[in-house]
Design a protein around this ligand. Structure first.
Ligand SMILES: [Zn+2]
Ligand SMILES: [Zn+2]
Length: 371
């Protein structure tokens, strides 16, 4: 079938992208879903820093690629053999499918699925191959989702069903920002009663971690400390439940520390800030994606002497089929107002400008809505 989608043509074009236009909204041919696959009509798709990282070349992916890995939609059709999901079922897309049978999938989220990672690196679906053609030439899938399009064919193992009461924008943001930010905290930092929780870097993922941390306050009695260079982000973090907010300079000056620290900025300075702000006995969880060449400077002795640890967490060490229903329950109970993360609703055609906004750190989640 014919679809419209946002195709990244070139990596490393200069900003502003509204002028260099590395992404073209184009017509493509979407193949039929194969066995174990679904055709999904996309309702909403969020712009994430990992999309920008492909555009600016920090994460090298094959091009041309139909971008978008944080999305939600409704099942339109199942491949041959059918599916456990009915036509019309709303689904959250997740960007790292779990095959369920490899060594990685056996680790309960600590390590990624091996075939899932391989498929993502080659721009294919988990079941192999591509379903996207443009004027007869193949186009790569982005992380098994390619959600910046009117429709997508995805592996069943790339989606998690949610009920109709979860609005599309909320469902989309659950798939990356909340799964990653919340998972970094719940699956990796695992705060205990009385711990102070700190989040360094307040993009969509970091702010989602703040939301999840705030939801734990009654249960754990924790302080929620938010850190960012931008005053407007700090203001918003306070509205979303942070109990203390600081710029990195203020944080260092006042020697504020926490036992559970999540770094979600994806740059070396933020990582070093997060490590320095980790209290004795505490853990630094890094979930950002810095440039692969980046190197940080930390003191091994301080780790030893203070019994601290540093943990990396990809996709919040999440098991989407387990974790997303839990976030939905928290959202439904009013404990996790995920809609507060949506800062703008935009059209597919505004994608290059939206990448500039993202690069500038404006807003939280810009969500593309489809009618
Ligand atoms: Zn993302
Ligand atoms: Zn697997």
């Amino acid at each position: 079938m014919r679809i419209r989608g946002a195709v990244l043509e070139r990596i490393g074009d200069p900003a502003p992208f509204a002028e260099s236009k590395p992404i073209v909204v184009d017509e493509l041919d979407l193949g039929e879903p194969g066995p174990g696959e679904l055709l999904v009509r996309i309702e909403a798709a969020g712009l994430c820093h990992s999309d920008l990282s492909v555009v600016d070349g920090n994460r090298v992916r094959p091009v041309p690629m139909l971008l978008g890995h944080e999305a939600a939609g409704r099942v339109e059709q199942a491949g041959p053999g059918g599916s456990d999901l009915a036509v019309g079922q709303r689904v959250v897309m997740t960007f790292l499918p779990r095959c369920g049978s490899c060594e990685g999938c056996g680790t309960d989220g600590r390590t990624p699925c091996l075939p899932g990672s391989l498929a993502n690196n080659t721009g294919e679906l988990l079941g192999g191959g591509r379903r996207l053609l443009r004027r007869g030439e193949p186009v790569h899938h982005h992380l098994g989702v390619s959600g910046f399009a009117t429709y997508a064919v995805v592996d069943r193992r790339s989606v998690v069903p949610v009920d109709d009461d979860v609005p599309p924008e909320v469902a989309a943001v659950l798939g990356c920002a909340v799964l990653t930010g919340g998972g970094a905290l719940l699956n990796s930092a695992k705060p205990r009663r009385g711990d102070r929780i700190m989040v360094v870097g307040l993009g969509g993922v970091g702010m989602a971690a703040v939301l999840v941390a705030a939801s734990l306050r009654d249960e754990l009695g924790c302080e929620v400390i938010a850190v960012d260079t931008l005053p407007e982000k700090l203001e918003l973090a306070r509205e979303l439940g942070a109990t203390q907010v600081y710029t990195p300079a203020e944080l260092a000056e006042r020697r504020v520390q926490a036992e559970a620290v999540v770094e979600a900025a994806g740059n070396v300075r933020a990582f070093e800030t997060a490590v320095a702000a980790t209290a004795p006995g505490g853990v630094t969880v890094t979930v950002g994606l810095p440039n692969p060449e980046a190197r940080a400077s930390i003191s091994p002795l301080a780790l030893v002497a203070q019994g601290r640890s540093i943990v990396g967490s990809y996709l919040g060490s999440a098991v989407p089929a387990r974790d997303i229903p839990e976030y939905v329950r928290m959202w439904r109970a009013g404990r996790l107002p995920v809609e507060r993360l949506v800062s703008a609703r935009i059209r597919l055609d505004d994608i290059n400008h939206a990448m500039d906004e993202l690069a500038a750190g404006h807003g939280l989640r810009q969500v593309i809505v489809f009618d």
